[in-house]
Design a protein around this ligand. Structure first.
Ligand SMILES: CC(C)(COP(=O)(O)OP(=O)(O)OC[C@H]1O[C@@H](n2cnc3c(N)ncnc32)[C@H](O)[C@@H]1OP(=O)(O)O)[C@@H](O)C(=O)NCCC(=O)NCCS
Length: 178
């Protein structure tokens, strides 16, 4: 797929392409508190994190995934991970997590807005999906801040064997967000 996979710069953040050098930070911060409302579970061993990064890098080469690491522009501090996945499907999926000590700064909203604006520029999709557990208020605020609309509701079981009670938002990719 013909895409420009590039570093995204937002007001406070640099979203850089997935790289093995972030394995330690990801392994350390992707814990059960972070994944409470997510499908994946924390890695038991850093080799799983390395596999995740290696796969992401391979998928980016194939143009099927856009996986970024969120860093602070001024200090280069690791903040979390985000991406736009299933790039060959008609409606790709947005995903994000942020390390707990960085909650409360709306870095999540800023990151997803940056990715959405990147996706608008690619001119390949009309919309993106954002599935989220109903109880995950800070996460629901992300698609809502981009005028997302709820298109379905469903229950699923995550990798930690916990039931998620999800809504799925669709966010328009037809024009960018200031
Ligand atoms: C979801 C996530 C990325 C949001 O990050 P963020 O945009 O930086 O969010 P913030 O912590 O700055 O909070 C944003 C808003 O949610 C509100 N909020 C946060 N926790 C809340 C809670 N428990 N109840 C109600 N509101 C809450 C904040 O007050 C803030 O509100 P405002 O925008 O009206 O001022 C981050 O919380 C996260 O990584 N969570 C763990 C992983 C996860 O669940 N990922 C998403 C899967 S769909």
């Amino acid at each position: 797929m013909d895409l420009t996979l590039e570093v995204i710069e937002t007001e406070r953040l640099l979203l850089v392409l997935a790289d093995l050098k972030f394995a330690n930070e990801i392994f350390k911060n992707f814990n059960s508190e972070t994944t409470k409302y997510m499908y994946p579970k924390p890695a038991n061993d850093i080799s799983e994190t390395i596999d995740f990064l290696s796969n992401s890098i391979l998928e980016m080469k194939k143009g099927t995934n856009y996986q970024v690491i969120i860093t602070k522009k001024d200090t280069h501090e690791f903040i979390g991970c985000a991406g736009l996945h299933d790039l060959t499907s008609e409606i790709p999926e947005l995903g994000i997590w942020i390390k707990k000590e960085s909650f409360g700064n709306k870095y999540g909203q800023e990151t997803i807005k940056g990715i959405v604006n990147w996706a608008v520029k690619q001119n390949k999709w009309n919309k993106a999906r954002y599935p989220v557990d109903k109880r995950n208020i800070s996460s629901r605020k992300i698609p809502e801040s981009l005028n997302g609309i709820i298109v379905k509701e469903f229950k699923s079981i995550n990798m930690s064997n916990v039931e998620l009670d999800e809504v799925e938002y669709e966010v328009s990719l037809e024009k960018d967000f200031a």
